[in-house]
Design a protein around this ligand. Sequence first.
Ligand code: SAM
Ligand code: SF4
Length: 331
Amino acid sequence: MQREPLVDGHGRRIGDVRVSVTDRCNFRCQYCMPAEGLPWLERDAVLTFEEIERLVRLLAEMGVHDVRLTGGEPLVRKDFPQLVELLGAVPGVEDLSITTNGYLLERDAEALVRAGAQRFNVSIDALQRDRFFELTRRDALPQVLRGLEVLAAFPEAHPIKVNAVAMRGFTEDEVLPFARFAREHPYEVRFIEFMPLDADQAWTPESVLTGEEIRALIEAEFPLEPEPREPSATARVYRFADGKGRIGFINPVSEPFCGDCNRIRLTAEGRLRTCLFSLAETDLREPLRSGASDAEIERVIRDAVWRKELKHRVNEPGFVQPARTMSAIGG
Ligand code: SAM
Ligand code: SF4
C-alpha cells in the first residue's frame, strides 16, 4: 500500500530510518558508554522482530526507503540475520544497511550478506592494538580486522565504509595510518566528529577534532580532490588525487548538515526520535502493543515527524545534552 510521503514541518521529506535493534553492546567505547556499561533494557521492553517489521513496513509505505540497523551492537541481538531477511523483504525498502563494531563479523558476515544486508559501516577508531584497546576498552582490534576481511570477501557488500570518531588528543596520530589504510584496502574511511552523546558527559567543543583539521593533515601528505555531494549525504568525500581510494568527513559539529536532514530514528524500545539531539521522543511501542491500527500508528508518526527539530543546537549557548547516550539512541 502506498501512503502520503512523510514530511516534517520544515518541508523536509523523510527517507531514512535508523533502527536500533538492541541497547546492549560488547564494547565500552569511551565516547559512547561508561566502563561499567549501562542498565540494559528488560528483554520484553525491546521491540520484537515482528514489531520492527510492522513499523518499517509502515514507514516504507510513506517513502522511507533507506533502513539502517544499528544499536548498541546490532550483531549481539539473537538471530539478527533473521531480522535482516524480514526487513529486506519489505516492499519499498531499497537500501538496507548495518552499522557494527565488527567484533562478530567473522561469525556473521556471510549470514548477513545472504540475508540481504546491502551495505556495512564498520566502526574502527584506531589501527594500533593498544590504542584501540584504550578507546573501546576491549582488546579486540585483530578480531575486528578479521571480521572486516571476511566481509570484504563478498563483492555484494562493497563499498564498505570504515568509520572513526575523531577526538582531539587521540585521533591526530591515527589520521595518516587511516589514510594509508584507505589507500591500500577497498574501504572508504570516514572520520566522524565527536558529538556530545557520550555517557560520561566529557564532551567539550575543544575535544572535537574537526574534519577540516584532519583533511589538512592528510592533504599535507596525500593530495585530495573533492567528489560531488548528494544533498542529504552526511559525508564530504574526497578521492586521493593519484586515484588510490577515497576518504570522507562527517562534520556534524563544525559544519552541521541539518538543513538537508531526511532521517528519523527508532530506539530499541520503540521510541521515535526525530533528531540525534532530541530532548523529547514519541512512544510507538504502546500503540503497537495495545492493538492500534496502521492508520492510528501512522498518525502518531506523522505528528511526531511534523515537529522534527529544524537543527541541532550543539554550538549554541545553553545546549542541553540528551540524557540518552549514542548507544541508547542508535547512532
Ligand atoms: N555498535 C555499533 C558501532 O559502534 O558501529 C553501532 C552503534 S554506534 C552507537 C554507531 C556509531 O556511532 C559508531 O560509528 C560510533 O563510533 C558512533 N558514535 C558513538 N558515540 C559517538 C559520539 N559521542 N560522537 C560521534 N559518534 C559516536
Ligand atoms: Fe558499543 Fe558502538 Fe557505542 Fe562502541 S560506539 S560502545 S561499539 S554502541
